[in-house]
Design a protein around this ligand. Structure first.
Ligand code: CP
Ligand code: NVA
Length: 309
């Protein structure tokens, strides 16, 4: 039984399989040779908003021959307090797989354990593995292997996106620089877990993780500048405080000028212009950013195919 719950636990060989097969799913869209989800129904349980993840999974499941059943967590008994263990045991007896977006990482892990069906983390407070797999796929499609390259993440260095980037860097061997205010840097515990799950070949390829408050030094010579919202879902009550603290941690033209010529500017979306990225820089890089968004579809298919193979 395969689950994609975190990049920390995803073996290197599975990273490689998912990234490799996504190329085929992209190339063969509309003419897939196999229908790996034929006759299957996948439950999509979402407790948070979503545009890209929801649409890419629903379209992806359908184009692979399956049926996607969207369940807003508020509409099922889970939202009224039915335990995740019981929800999982019910859905596991009816559906063939599950895609879950929620708050606690422990909820996707418990669901996987009790449902006994392939379970995919579609974002928790801790990780967003599907997004980072797509980001790496997109980088490699445009610039070749990410091993040995420099990826600079700017903004909230303690949220789900940088955490998944940290585990990816440990496995795939690129230099990850996280530029974030002190209060929003990744915890020592995450960095320790990254070093424990690191692949030996990744270290040889130049894998390392640097955490700094200095966004200019972090951007200098980078192959990719990456950002995410300052206020993640669930943190809305902290919005004013976060906007004050993150002020200046923005991707804009002066920062892009410090990166390597031709560096990719990427954003997982949704984007808040004037906050984590300015409007001009966003539009100048819209082609990359929306290719990245489109690639969610191709990579989700590859993840689904991997999960049932
Ligand atoms: N990037 C991302 O996961 O987007 P959604 O929240 O719209 O799914
Ligand atoms: N860190 C963001 C990612 C959105 C795709 C959030 O959790 O809201």
């Amino acid at each position: 039984m395969k689950h994609l719950l975190s990049l920390e636990k995803l073996p290197l060989v599975d990273f490689e399989t998912i990234l490799r097969d996504a190329k085929v799913f992209k190339k063969e869209r509309g003419a897939h040779k196999t229908q790996p989800l034929k006759g299957q129904t996948w439950a999509m349980m979402f407790s948070k908003s979503s545009t890209r993840t929801r649409v890419s999974f629903e379209v992806g499941i359908s184009e692979l021959g399956g049926n996607a059943m969207f369940l807003n967590a508020n509409d099922i008994q889970l939202g009224r307090g039915e335990p995740i263990q019981d929800t999982a045991r019910v859905i596991g007896r009816m559906a063939h797989g599950a895609v879950i977006r929620t708050y606690a990482q422990s909820d996707v892990e418990t669901f996987a354990e009790y449902s006994k069906i392939p379970t995919i983390n579609a974002l928790t407070d801790d990780e967003h593995p599907c997004q980072v797999l797509t980001d790496i796929f997109t980088f490699e499609e445009m610039r070749g292997s990410i091993a040995g390259k420099v990826v600079t993440f700017i903004g909230d260095g303690a949220c789900n996106m940088p955490v998944s980037w940290i585990f990816a860097a440990a496995k795939l061997g690129f230099e990850l620089r996280i530029a974030a205010p002190k209060e929003f840097q990744p915890s020592a515990e995450i960095l320790k877990r990254a070093s424990l799950c690191a692949d030996a070949s990744a270290r040889q390829a130049g894998g390392k993780i640097i955490v700094t408050e200095d966004l200019k030094s972090a951007a200098s010579g980078a192959d990719m500048l990456y950002t995410d919202v300052w206020v993640s879902m669930g943190k809305e009550a902290e919005a004013a405080e976060r906007i004050r603290i993150f002020n200046g941690y923005q991707i804009n033209a002066p920062l892009v000028n410090l990166a390597k010529p031709g560096a990719l500017v990427m954003h997982c979306l949704p984007a808040y212009r004037g906050k984590e990225i300015d409007a001009e820089t966003f539009e100048a890089n819209a082609d990359t950013i929306f290719t990245q968004a489109e690639n969610r579809l191709h990579v989700q298919k590859s993840i689904l195919n991997w999960a049932v193979s």
